[in-house]
Write a protein that binds this ligand. Structure first.
Ligand code: DQA
Length: 151
């Protein structure tokens, strides 16, 4: 199972960026954590980060035919981007929304999630663990589908 893991704007500054909210670990540490978790779970992951909405849309589109599922932390675009929502709907791959913090417990403008409307699951407020929970969820779901298909 191949999973495209996408991270949106400012997540490249993890470690420096508001560490009281996002923690002291860097984006490289996050990608290492996700790679390690994926290896443990027997999943293949491709990880990408961009500060640009259109680039994220292009990468979502590129998942068609190349990935089985998407894990996405759209960061600030969560709360603004109909384009990312539409791209997720267009490719119609299983998608999971992740956040390091819990946006619902922050400013009211973070309570809207456009991307979330096209995601079947959300893991938030658990730091790096949110990404692990998303990978575990997709692996579990894939195993269940495999079992059903072999019945
Ligand atoms: C975030 C939450 C968003 O509200 C914020 O804009 C981010 C990061 C998170 O991972 O907690 O950039 O997606």
């Amino acid at each position: 199972m191949k999973i495209l893991v996408l991270n949106g704007p400012n997540l490249n500054l993890l470690g420096l960026r508001e560490p009281e909210l996002y923690g002291s670990r860097s984006y490289t540490e996050l990608t290492n954590y996700v790679n390690q978790t994926a290896a443990e779970l027997g999943l293949e992951v491709e990880q990408r980060q961009s500060n640009h909405e259109g680039v994220l849309v292009d990468w979502i589109q590129s998942a068609l035919g190349t990935a089985d599922a998407i894990v996405i932390n759209p960061a600030a675009y969560t709360h603004t981007s109909v384009a990312i929502l539409d791209a997720l709907k267009a490719v119609a791959l299983p998608a999971v929304e992740v956040h390091l913090t819990e946006p619902d417990e922050r400013e009211s403008f973070r309570r809207v999630s456009y991307a979330g409307l096209a995601c079947e699951k959300r893991f938030a407020g658990q730091g790096f663990l949110s990404y692990r929970l998303a990978l575990e969820y997709l692996r579990e779901k894939n195993l269940e589908c495999g079992m059903r298909n072999s019945e």
